[in-house]
Design a protein around this ligand. Sequence first.
Ligand SMILES: NC(=O)c1ccc[n+]([C@@H]2O[C@H](COP(=O)([O-])OP(=O)(O)OC[C@H]3O[C@@H](n4cnc5c(N)ncnc54)[C@H](OP(=O)(O)O)[C@@H]3O)[C@@H](O)[C@H]2O)c1
Length: 284
Amino acid sequence: MSTKKIGWIGLGNMGIPISQQLIKAGYPVTVYNRSKEKEASLKATGAGIAASPKELIQQTDVVFIMVSNDEAISEIFNGDAGLLSAKTTGKTIINMSTVSPGISKEMAALCKEQGNHYLDAPVSGSVKQAEEGQLVIMVGGEENIFEQAKPVLEKLGKLALLVGGNGAGNTAKLAINTLLGFHAQGLAEAIVFAQQHHIKTEDMLNIINNSALGNVFAKIKGDAIIKDNYQAAFALKHIAKDLRLAKTEGLNSPLAKVAYQTFQEAEAEYGNEDIIAIIKQISK
Ligand SMILES: NC(=O)c1ccc[n+]([C@@H]2O[C@H](COP(=O)([O-])OP(=O)(O)OC[C@H]3O[C@@H](n4cnc5c(N)ncnc54)[C@H](OP(=O)(O)O)[C@@H]3O)[C@@H](O)[C@H]2O)c1
C-alpha cells in the first residue's frame, strides 16, 4: 500500500495529527474538510486539497474518514458530491470515526454494491497518541482487506487488530469508551471528594499517579485539572455521543447507566470542552 495515493476526510482534533502522520510516513495525501479554513495547515505540509469527497475518492486509492458522528458519515457518503456519487470501483474506505456499528454495516454494503471495500477502524488514544503514531486501532471488515491496509494502519498506531466483520470495530470502540467514561467520572469524583476534605489536588494526583491506579489518562487529565485547562482534546460532547451509542446497542449495566446520565446532563454546558470538564459538573 506504500505507493498508493491516500485521501483524508475530516480535519478535527484527531484528523489533523493523523493525516500529518501519513504525510510524514511518505504517503501522497489529499485532504477534504467541510470547513475549508482547516485545510491550510495540511496544505502547508504538502497535502493536496480536494473540493469534495467525490473529487477526493476519484483522485486516490484509499480514503480515510475521521469525522464526528453518524450524521456526518451519511453526508460524506450520500451527499450530492459524496463518496458514492463518484461511482468508483476498487477503492478502500477506512472509517476511523467513532460511529454506530449500524452505519458501518450500511455503508459497507453500499461500498460493496459499487465494488469498493469498507473497514471500520476506530481508534483509542487522543491527540498526543495521534501525534506519536501510538494509537490503538480496532478494525471490523474482511480479513484480506484488513491485511492490505495493515501496513498503513501500523504507521498510525502501536496496535491494529481485526476484531470481526463490519461494525465489530465500532462495537469494540463503544466498549472501551464506556470504560473511558467511567475513568473520567471516577477520577473527577475522587478529586472532588478529596478537595471537599481539604486535600490538595496536586497531592491527590501525585498519590493516584504513583499508585497501581496511575495511568496515562489520569496523568494528562490531572495536569489539565491543575492548569484549569479544559480546551478539548477529546470533546465532552463526543463521549456523551459514545455513551448514547452504547446504550442504543443495549448497554444497560449499573455504571453505564450512571455515566450515561452524568455526561448527558453535562453536555449542554460543557460539550465543547474536554471530557475531563466533567469535574465541573461533579463539583456543582
Ligand atoms: N479527540 C479524541 O481524543 C478522539 C479520540 C478517539 C476517537 N475520537 C472520535 O473521532 C471522531 C473525530 O473526533 P475529533 O476530536 O477529531 O472531532 P472534532 O475535533 O470535533 O472534529 C470533527 C470533524 O468532523 C467534521 N464534521 C462534523 N460534522 C460533519 C458533517 N456533517 N459533514 C462533514 N464533516 C463533518 C468536522 O468538520 P468541520 O471542521 O467542518 O466542523 C471536523 O472535521 C469522533 O467520532 C470522535 O468521537 C476522538
